[in-house]
Design a protein around this ligand. Sequence first.
Ligand SMILES: *Cc1c(COP(=O)(O)O)cnc(C)c1O
Length: 393
Amino acid sequence: MKFRHVKSNSTNTMKFGTKAIHAGVHPDPTTGAIMTPIYQTSTYVQESPGKHKGYEYARTQNPTRDALQANLAALENGRFGICYASGLGATDAILKLFKPGDEIIASSDLYGGTYRIMVRVFQEFGLKFKFVSLDDPAALEAAITANTKMVWIETPTNPLLRLVDITAIAAITQQKQIMLVVDNTFASPYLQNPLDLGADVVLHSVTKYLGGHSDTVMGAIITNDEDTAKRLTFIQNACGAVPGPQDCFLVLRGVKTLHIRMQRHCENALKVARFLADHPKVSQVNYPGLETHPQHELAKRQMRDFGGMVSFELLGDSLPEAIKVMENFNVFSLGESLGGVESLCTHPASMTHASIPKEDREKNGLKDTLIRLSVGIEDVDDLIEDLRQAIEA
Ligand SMILES: *Cc1c(COP(=O)(O)O)cnc(C)c1O
């Protein structure tokens, strides 16, 4: 099995924006093309049986995918990157590292699809799941048993934008030798690098900020642990959740502007959050960049900026009114997903989180009237005007 060690001396010392553009990418050796070609091939010609250039069959290896994997690994300060057909394809691969009877503790405020694959798919195969609110790391210690093999966290969480203290959780998992996985989709590697804070594995829905242009579905896993990387690569090849080369090309292109996009996402989201917080018809705004966010201090410590996701509730808590606001938007589009250049709004209770039972949603503080915004990189004046007219109409 071949791994590209991306922590070469050059990328090791590069700053983030330079890595986003250059890490893992080399001019094409035959033509000098500066953009990595889309190697649209299923197989590779061998000189003699077993004698080849490191590529045998495209489920196993593809040069466009290799470049992207090395690039994403560099952005997360990791040694190994593996890309998948979707974020949930990556989640599936991680869950296949475990056996019936193994216990997994996940934070209770999770992406709906992650909850669904855990409870509806892997629980059927005998994995045991506990969902625990990990705002307080002490709750983790209380939930760990001798069979706990993995802890899964998301931070900031979707859609309530709560934080989990990665360093504090990692101190516990390292001491107990339990694998810590962080879904870093909401922050992106521009805002936070969980491996540097003690996590063992980072997962991304590349579909979101990394791709950034709402044109690709993809997942990625990054780790420093060679054994975990080998097992995941084996599972990927054995189970087949690989991304196509054209998608890898699109993400390689998208990632080149990740740092610039994230700067604008953060700038716009803070202005949107402040506007909403000051609006008399808004009762609650969730954004880690607001001083009123209960974990603002942790956000300042853990993240380099506060991200592009904002969620809010209207005064009066009326579902028909919340739906009306979402129908009134002109610039924000109503749709699932996030992290693209265009602003989106979502109704978590009926869309992204519909697979979580209503009582469980409400136990976690997710009301049916919550509206989630993925603040894009349009001119922020137009976004604020759109919110104003939608709320006041
Ligand atoms: C979208 C998302 C996923 C799933 O990724 P897909 O690419 O849609 O399969 C996982 N985690 C989070 C936080 C997400 O937002």
